[in-house]
Ligand binder design. Structure first.
Ligand code: DX5
Ligand code: ZN
Length: 218
């Protein structure tokens, strides 16, 4: 199934609840929540209180992308905020396997994200344990960047690696994704598309629908 996961990082925070409802009504199935700590990535975004507050706006899947150093410190806390999926960066975990087990023990789906320069081999031994792999298509930390073209090859290599192993795990792409390049990333093998500025700049409902129109072609 093809899923749009709008990243609220690009939303108008003065009308966050309203904009979440707008994108959900137009077809978004997930809500992507970018947590940044000012260490793993330069920016500081938002944390638990914001996620807890907007949990009441929708019952759609809360897809929490932790761009924080040593995320193992906060897994239980984020699970309690109402996260349905928690994705951690392989680069931010000294003990990645332990963190994956922590996420699963908290009753949440487990995702691992890879920065553009991180090879797929980082997932060799843990792939079977995951519900989702997030292939970053930009260097994390900011919205509104341009997709790095070589990341598409990484997506197709990952899809091939999964096929070889008989796995059908979600592949999420995040960074610079727009309705105009959605077809390309889906064809490469991604099935969960994060859209920040492409969803929240301008008409949220129309922008969401533009993604749905691309999904309908598959
Ligand atoms: C980047 C974040 C993204 C970001 C995407 O570090 O992880 O989720 O919000 O924004 P766009 O779609 O504008 O690149
Ligand atoms: Zn993200």
């Amino acid at each position: 199934m093809l899923i749009l996961s709008p990243s609220i990082l690009a939303a108008d925070f003065t009308k966050l609840g309203e904009q979440i409802k707008e994108t959900v009504e137009a077809g978004a199935e997930y809500i992507h929540l970018d947590v940044m700590d000012g260490m793993f990535v330069p920016q500081i975004s938002f944390g638990m209180p914001v996620i807890e507050t907007i949990r009441s706006c929708t019952d759609k899947v809360f897809d929490v992308h932790l761009m924080i150093q040593d995320p193992g410190r906060y897994i239980e806390t984020f699970a309690k905020t109402g996260a349905d999926i928690i994705t951690v960066h392989a680069e931010a975990c000294t003990h990645l396997d332990r963190v994956i087990q922590q996420i699963k023990a908290a009753g949440v789906k487990a995702g691992v994200a890879l920065n553009p320069a991180t090879p797929l081999s980082a997932l060799d031994y843990v792939l079977d344990e995951l519900d989702m792999v997030l292939i970053m298509t930009v260097n994390p930390g900011f919205g509104g960047q341009k997709l790095i073209p070589y990341c598409l090859k990484k997506v197709s290599d990952l899809r091939a690696m999964m096929k070889e192993r008989g796995l059908d795990i979600d592949i999420q792409v995040d960074g610079g994704i727009k309705a105009s390049n959605a077809k390309e990333v889906i064809e490469a093998g991604a099935n969960v598309l994060v859209g920040g500025s492409a969803v929240f700049s301008g008409d949220v409902a129309a922008n969401t629908k533009a993604f749905m129109d691309v999904f309908a072609e598959f």
